[in-house]
Write a protein that binds this ligand. Structure first.
Ligand SMILES: *Cc1c(COP(=O)(O)O)cnc(C)c1O
Length: 380
């Protein structure tokens, strides 16, 4: 099955044997009746499993070309489950330009439990090798990175991971499986904040994991059930509905993203535009190899790098909404230095390029001319 068909039908056969409903019913139940202790129809308690969630989990596995899917209460709880595979003393090599919440979870929660994290620039994959030792258990990759749109070579990371028997996890939130399929490139675990493009309508918070290996799936399923950060049936239904248009939404996100990146790069008041589709993007060739298109996430910096001016621009936008998050049908704008990355010290964030005037856009699927007009009036 090709991707566009899988987005709609993947894992969705015989979804309702009782009445043949085309969408799975929302099984709004915490428990299931048993005829005799242990005599149930596959579900016994909704933390352990729920039919609506199970339908979504099969869909996740299908679109990411994996065998097992798991749905969580949020992207961060999905990451939390992955790190719980580790023990005190274990080490993780992670991307340095990382989603802020992931960085916070690693440093403020898991470091306390004795897990050691190395945050490194992975644009040059050869760098990773020098941080590997016999305690290294996991490589954590996010590509494209947030908000600098760096591209990391997943295949090169996988070859280091395989050589040393280390797990490779890829946060595929920005690219989505429409653009990039980490499993096919050698990843062991694919993670999503389904809150973003997979859900696609800014109406739900959810996380996902997809793996191939049965034993690894079993360990993660154990953690999912033991820790209990599962999503409810209503949210499962919403994300399943969102998935059915992922491919058409992504096509338009990419189309609009390209038009806006090309408009911004010619604007006299703009110093630099970060978008992997530009030929002079430092890792454009890797992006071209591992992605089918370049997506709708764009960051840019205004000339003079003035904090107040950047704030004025995001305040003046009318169609773009000033808000955290990304990946919905509507366009959003954010100012990382004062919003998503405010908790990272100025010197630290500036090292990775998150300067005072950096603005991040999640380009939606509205009319591109209207979006460009909005940027024109806001940038002035
Ligand atoms: C939003 C996001 C997360 C966290 O997901 P939540 O659903 O907000 O918990 C993780 N990684 C990336 C890249 C994100 O954009």
């Amino acid at each position: 099955m090709k991707f566009n068909t899988k987005a709609i039908h993947g894992g969705q056969h015989d979804i309702d044997p009782a009445y043949g409903s085309v969408m799975p019913p929302i099984y709004q139940t915490s428990t299931y009746s048993q005829t005799t202790p242990g005599g149930h129809k596959g579900f016994e308690y909704s933390r352990s499993g729920n039919p609506t969630r199970a339908a979504l989990e099969r869909a996740f596995a299908s679109i990411e070309n994996g065998k097992h899917g798991m749905a969580f209460a949020s992207g961060l709880s999905a990451i939390d489950a992955v790190i719980k595979l580790l023990k005190p003393g274990d080490e993780v090599i992670s991307t340095n330009d990382l989603y802020g919440g992931t960085y916070r979870l690693f440093t403020k929660v898991f470091e306390q439990f004795g897990v050691k994290f190395h945050f490194i620039g992975m644009e040059n994959a050869a760098q990773i090798q020098s941080y590997v030792n016999d305690k290294t258990k996991l490589i954590w990759v996010e590509t494209p990175t947030n908000p600098m749109m760096n591209i990391i070579d997943i295949k090169a990371c996988a070859s280091v991971a395989k050589k040393h028997n280390i797990l490779l996890a890829v946060d595929n939130t920005f690219a989505t499986p429409y653009l990039q399929r980490p499993m096919d490139l050698g990843a062991d675990i694919v993670m999503h904040s389904a809150t973003k493009y997979l859900g696609g309508h800014s109406d739900v918070v959810m996380g996902a994991l997809v793996v191939n290996d049965d034993a690894l799936a079993e360990r993660l399923y154990f953690i999912q059930n033991a820790s209990g950060a599962v999503c409810g049936p209503q949210d499962s239904f919403l994300v399943l509905r969102g998935l059915k248009t992922l491919h058409v939404r992504m096509e338009r996100h990419c189309e609009n993203g390209k038009k806006i990146a090309e408009y911004l790069v010619k604007h006299p008041k703009i110093e630099k535009v970060y978008w992997p589709g530009f030929e002079n993007h430092p890792n454009h060739d890797i992006a071209k190899n591992q992605m089918d298109d370049f997506g709708g996430m764009i960051s840019f910096v205004t000339r003079g790098n003035n904090y107040e001016e950047a704030i004025r621009i995001v305040e003046r936008l009318k169609i773009f909404t000033l808000a955290e998050s990304l990946g919905g049908v509507e366009s959003l704008a954010g100012h990382p230095a004062s919003m998503t990355h405010a908790s990272i010290p100025k010197e630290e964030r500036e090292k990775t390029g998150v300067v005072d005037s950096l603005i991040r856009l999640s380009v939606g699927i509205e009319d591109a001319d209207d979006l460009i007009g909005d940027l024109e009036q806001a940038i002035g």
